[in-house]
Ligand binder design. Structure first.
Ligand code: IFM
Length: 447
């Protein structure tokens, strides 16, 4: 099953419409210097206003599945309390439009746009936020649960915890050092409680979580230990908790909040163990851990995002995308093969994979040629096919992303889309990668 994905704050715009409350990304983007081009998501791709255009594009794209996220501040503007029914209407129209076109809706409940009032009460450092996620999840399920089967609770909780509360380069832009491990635990707990609550109401619901996992390589003498630490924070913290109900022993030595009974209450890890019916894997690049200061950080590969780590730096090899991320499809193959050995009965979906490349000039006929993106997607899709042929249970491949959109701290400067969105007019211009992906998706559906 091939699909494509977006996320609410990155595409919707209309951040004041129909009773939506403020989110941490509205607040963070307003902070001078936080976003590379000084932009925000208030207009984005205008998907909130142009739903019909997006649905038409999705139909044209041939995909069998569309992964989108729901904005918590539209549904519960205060983060808790009364449901804003008008905020759910958009998602209901989206889901109905997908179902009518034979496209499976795959919503993610939380893709980083936390209601600001919850952040004001401590955000993910506060255990209460995990409990509020369940109320919100049930409100969404109540409206859409008769048409949606495949759910993801969180997108990339590593980013929420460590880019948001350690490196401070994502909302809410806090630098809490080791404190960020409490955020990581509360995110996992929130996922587990929300997933259990949905399942209690709906035995058919297939509820998973989406992680940004990768392969981590030591690069040079003395980097074995730092690489193992990076692997613990990026991968094992999440996978061990979800599969075994434990946190990695080597991480526990450093990450004090994870061994603090005031943070990790009795029963929490038991609730987290087995709480995902499927695992979403977002993969873009491998990580090569080098000695300190050999290179500046590539985006998202900042030592500050690994609190308590020994001194280290990252050294991505070439070729690289516009994000500075090394291109290595074999990393995806190794990652999926490793996960499938680690948890053989846990179905996997590649929930994001894609590449930012500089815009290619528009041809005379108005088309956009993006051969690098086609090559990237083709090579990674081939890696998925190899690992499936070897027996891994990988059920979907979802390209990131349908539209050029608000790329978080990078603003609109980095373009991952299969479709260009013309600034100002918001006109959608499918790139060559869109047409290639459509053919590929249709061929996959025929098999
Ligand atoms: O744009 C993001 C997305 O929101 C989460 N995963 C990584 C993508 C590219 O950085």
């Amino acid at each position: 099953m091939l699909g494509t994905a977006t996320a609410s704050y990155q595409v919707e715009g209309s951040t004041d419409a129909d009773g939506r409350g403020p989110s941490i990304w509205d607040t963070f983007a307003a902070r001078p210097g936080a976003i590379a081009d000084g932009s925000d998501g208030s207009v984005a791709c205008g998907s909130y206003l142009h739903l019909d255009q997006d649905l038409a594009l999705l139909e044209q794209s041939g995909v069998g599945l569309y992964r989108f996220s729901i904005a918590w501040p539209r549904v519960m503007p205060d983060g808790h309390g009364p449901v804003n029914s008008a905020g759910l209407d958009y998602y209901e129209r989206l889901v109905d439009g997908l179902v009518q076109r034979g496209i499976t809706p795959a919503p993610t409940l939380y893709h980083w746009d936390l209601p600001q009032p919850l952040e004001d009460a401590g955000g993910w450092l506060n255990r209460e936020t995990a409990l509020r996620l369940t109320d919100y999840a049930l409100a969404v399920h109540d409206r859409l649960g008769d048409r949606v089967r495949l759910w993801a609770t969180l997108n990339e909780p590593w980013c929420s915890a460590f880019l948001g509360y350690a490196a401070g380069v994502h909302a809410p832009g806090r630098r809490e050092g080791l404190g960020a491990y409490a955020a990581a635990h509360h995110l996992l707990l929130g996922h587990a409680l929300a997933a259990a609550a949905i399942r209690e109401h709906d035995a058919e619901a297939d509820v998973g979580i989406v992680l940004n996992l990768t392969v981590v390589h030591p690069d040079g003498p003395g980097t074995q230990g730092p690489a193992a630490f990076v692997d613990a924070v990026q991968n094992r913290l999440w996978v061990d908790a979800l599969v075994d109900g434990t946190y990695p022993a080597d991480l526990l030595e450093v990450a004090a909040p994870l061994r603090d009974p005031g943070v990790v209450h009795p029963g929490d890890l038991e609730a987290i163990r087995g709480s995902a019916c499927w695992l979403g894997v977002n993969y873009y690049t491998p990580m090569r851990v080098a000695a300190p200061t050999q290179t500046g950080p590539a985006v998202g590969q900042d030592a500050a995002a690994f609190p308590g780590a020994p001194a280290l730096s990252f050294r991505p090899r070439k070729p690289r995308t516009e994000m500075g991320w090394e291109v290595d499809p074999s990393g995806l193959e190794d990652l999926l093969a490793g996960l499938s050995r680690r948890a053989p009965s846990l179905p996997l979906r590649v929930t994001e994979n894609g590449a930012a490349y500089a815009d290619q000039a528009r041809a005379a006929d108005g088309s956009v040629d993006d051969p690098d993106r086609v090559a990237y997607l083709k090579a990674h899709l081939a890696a998925v096919q190899r690992v499936r042929a070897a027996g891994a249970d990988v059920r979907a491949y979802i390209a990131w992303t349908l539209l050029d959109n608000f790329e978080w701290a990078e603003g609109y400067t980095k373009k991952f889309g299969l479709v260009e969105v013309e600034p100002g007019t918001l006109r959608r211009i499918p790139k060559r990668s869109f047409h290639w992906y459509a053919e590929t998706a249709r061929a996959a559906a025929r098999q």
